[in-house]
Design a protein around this ligand. Structure first.
Ligand SMILES: *Cc1c(COP(=O)(O)O)cnc(C)c1O
Ligand SMILES: [Zn+2]
Length: 418
């Protein structure tokens, strides 16, 4: 049995605990609870030691026993192990003792954290015999499914809201994916995809493959813990769309504690949203354990999910880790993108602006104390959302190819700065 399932035991309902076979299915038949992968941790503990991990290639697959594939992965073997950057200049600006950026703007191959989840989803889809993969996406997921399906020789359909950033649309088309723009917001795209998934025999990475797909996010937590010297950071700030990444960061930390890879310490996993789509942070701030759906209106399109599938569980993680949530306006997002770029040389997309902007607020309000240490999850690359900052970063000054003109420009600049 175990040789067909790897280190997985079953799919398990998060609500009632009923177990299901490890197929392409995602909801419990009895209570419609979401299914999650359950593992054989006793077996994992024997094989996944620090020494074993450190002997393996620097990719997310060095934690392979904790990722839901039965056999060795076949898609996205180079994904992950992005830099954890000590951000002293940004720390000074935000007024905190120690700050780190988990820099998924340079994830392979499509420059966002979604490469992690897609690598897992497509590897598992292949194991289950699918030849066509699909997704409902706010942009980055579509890019990653398109690219990784291309490299794996799988056929792909990606469904996106038709008003996405040009960069995100092009970044799906270039790989030859069938890109379907839906005239509606993400929640409508998602609803349509649930219908399509039931009708066609495709692997929808975030519908029927969601239990496997979502587990890929845990790799970010494992890397943060290993790169922090095998410990869990006191504070982690995570952007929230469906809320899945935030819940999986906590699950990743919990698993490392359970396996004895890190000491058990107190930690908080804080959530970040854009004010224009903030169902989870609004509920958190009001002390509620459920959210009210909203209609998104923000430049942070990658996070624009008005009915977040894991919102309820994200709220629970924040409550259990005594964490906070907050949200930032479009102007604050742009300012934070610039601040991160000017202090650390990292150009993040709008979701990164949301994370940095919210971290700034949580530090200012004392919810992240100034003498603590924090890790900010920066999840996507600014080159894909140029529209968001176009017109907000000034323009190059133009001169003729003449030394005299350049000297005049410099002299003028000194006058202005004096
Ligand atoms: C998808 C995405 C997230 C978070 O997604 P969840 O649905 O909350 O897991 C964060 N940042 C970026 C850039 C994304 O594309
Ligand atoms: Zn159930």
């Amino acid at each position: 049995m175990s040789e067909h399932q790897g280190y997985m035991k079953a799919l398990k309902c998060r609500e009632c605990g009923r177990e299901y076979p490890l197929t392409a299915t995602h909801v419990c038949e009895f209570d419609f609870g979401p299914l999650e992968v359950a593992y054989d941790y006793d077996r994992i503990k024997k094989s996944l030691t620090k020494a074993a991990i450190q002997s393996r290639p620097k990719t997310m697959w060095r934690y392979r026993e904790l990722l839901p594939v039965a056999n060795d992965p076949t898609v996205g073997l180079q994904v992950g192990f992005t830099p954890l950057v000590k951000a002293d200049r940004l720390a000074r600006k935000l007024g905190i003792r120690e700050l780190w950026i988990k820099n998924d703007t340079v994830n392979y191959p499509t420059l966002s954290f979604k490469d992690r989840v897609v690598s897992v989803a497509l590897s598992r889809s292949r194991e289950l015999g699918f030849d066509t993969v699909a997704c409902a996406s706010t942009g980055n997921l579509a890019n990653s499914v398109a690219a990784q399906a291309a490299s794996a020789g799988l056929k792909s359909y990606v469904f996106i809201p038709s008003d996405l950033e040009q960069g995100k649309i092009l970044n799906s088309l270039i790989y030859g994916a069938r890109v379907i723009g839906i005239k509606g917001h993400y929640d409508e795209v998602n609803r349509l995809c649930a219908e399509i998934a039931g009708k066609f025999g495709w692997a929808f990475v975030n519908v029927n493959m969601r239990p496997y797909y979502a587990e890929g996010s845990k790799s970010m937590a494992y890397e943060i813990a290993e790169q922090s010297g095998w410990r869990i950071p006191r504070h982690t700030v995570v952007p929230m769309a469906s809320g899945s990444l935030l819940t999986k960061i906590q699950k990743g930390y919990q698993e490392f504690v359970k396996l004895g890879l890190v000491p058990e310490t107190k930690y908080s996993v804080h959530g970040a949203q854009a004010t224009g789509c903030s169902p989870i942070s609004v509920a958190q701030k009001a002390g509620l354990d459920f959210f009210k759906p909203v209609k998104p209106n923000t430049i942070a399109k990658s996070l624009a999910i008005g009915t977040p599938a894991d919102g309820f569980y994200a709220l629970r993680v924040m409550r259990d880790t005594q964490a906070a949530a907050d949200d930032v306006t479009d102007d604050e997002i742009r300012d934070a993108i610039k601040l991160l770029a000017e202090t650390e040389g990292i150009f993040a997309e709008t979701a990164g602006g949301v994370t940095v902007g919210v971290a700034k607020k949580l530090i200012a309000s004392g919810k992240i104390p100034r003498d603590d240490s924090a890790v900010l999850c920066v999840t996507g690359n600014g080159l894909k959302t140029l529209d968001a900052v176009d017109g907000y970063v000034g323009k190059p000054r133009e001169i003729k190819p003449s030394l005299r003109e350049f000297e005049a420009l410099l002299a003028n600049e000194e006058k202005v700065n004096a």
